[in-house]
Design a protein around this ligand. Structure first.
Ligand SMILES: Cc1cc2nc3c(=O)[nH]c(=O)nc-3n(C[C@H](O)[C@H](O)[C@H](O)COP(=O)(O)OP(=O)(O)OC[C@H]3O[C@@H](n4cnc5c(N)ncnc54)[C@H](O)[C@@H]3O)c2cc1C
Length: 271
């Protein structure tokens, strides 16, 4: 669609690693839209917007008048605030992320009017524990959930299982480590899949998040094995991880949560 009005502005950009950033955006007019933790916004830029030099050159330029939109989970808390926080990875061959990575504070973009999504804690009974499994930026919706309400239900045990290739791709590590120290009901379990590429020895878990589940990391964190009777599991990020984890979990008696068919496995696929 042509002539879409850019209606939001970048208020802050934090580069965590090459191709990994926290982007804070705010509507130019009116308040930050209301949302539930776990939901996503849609943002966009025209194809004429510049691409970061870190990205691959575009093979076929396509229609320069086209408008590119993509969904991004919100990482900021669902509390009155001045911005929405997005956690974005650069897809070097992609359409939108090379353009988002060319934005600096003050840069303008389009923010869709509706924030939606069913990947929330709304349908998790209060007596259930929650395991949040993510690869890469799949952590974003959990940051919103944790920042909004980790203290609301101190008897609920919560764990974040976060997988990335390298330690420097593990976003929000300082915040999550601090949370795990101050909240006795919260465990943060990061894992890296390419430890040989670390500049200094990585002393933590190695492999994929699936191996954390299979290897008993949660039994050690929770003091018992999570089961379909007492735990809801959230899966967010890469389709491969989601497929693997879903088949592991269904093999242990969990069922996938769907509209009208309550289950214990909640899924948000990024692509
Ligand atoms: C509900 C929802 C929430 C999302 N939230 C986030 C988020 O919080 N942060 C975020 O970075 N992305 C998120 N995404 C993915 C995002 O919408 C885009 O698909 C992504 O940023 C790539 O856009 P692009 O235009 O640059 O690439 P495209 O031109 O659309 O190319 C897409 C291709 O790139 C690959 N790809 C897409 N996303 C990734 C990724 N994250 N890592 C590696 N390869 C990828 C896939 O092969 C995909 O087919 C979300 C997607 C959905 C559906």
């Amino acid at each position: 669609m042509k002539n879409v009005e850019l209606n939001a502005v970048v208020t802050q950009r934090i580069d965590l690693a090459p191709g990994l950033m926290v982007l804070r955006i705010a509507p130019e007019a009116g308040p930050v839209p209301v949302f539930q933790p776990g939901q996503f916004a849609v943002v966009g830029l025209p194809a004429s917007a510049p691409r970061t030099p870190l990205a691959d050159p575009e093979e076929a330029a396509g229609d320069p008048g086209r408008f590119i939109r993509r969904a991004y989970s919100i990482a900021s808390p669902s509390l009155p605030g001045e911005h929405l926080e997005l956690f974005v990875t650069l897809v070097r061959s992609g359409e939108l992320t090379p353009r988002l990575f060319a934005l600096q504070p003050g840069g303008r973009l389009w923010l869709g009017p509706k924030i939606t999504g069913l990947f929330t804690l709304a349908e998790v009974p209060v007596d259930q524990d929650v395991v949040m499994v993510a690869t890469g930026t799949g952590l974003a919706p959990y940051m919103s959930m944790l920042r909004t309400g980790i203290t609301a239900n101190p008897s609920r045990r919560i764990a974040v299982l976060l997988g990335a290739r390298h330690s420097w791709d593990l976003g929000y590590t300082a915040e999550l480590t601090t949370l795990s120290r101050v909240c006795p009901n919260f465990a943060y379990l990061p894992i890296v899949s390419r430890p040989a590429e670390e500049p200094t020895a990585w002393g933590g878990a190695t492999g994929h998040v699936q191996s954390l589940w299979k290897g008993g990391a949660l039994e050690r964190a929770f003091g018992r094995k999570p089961t379909a009777r007492d735990t809801h599991v959230f899966l967010c990020g890469s389709p491969l991880m989601i497929e693997d984890m879903t088949s592991l979990l269904t093999g242990e008696g969990f069922t996938v949560h769907e509209k009208g068919r309550p289950g214990q496995v909640h899924v948000e696929k990024y692509w």
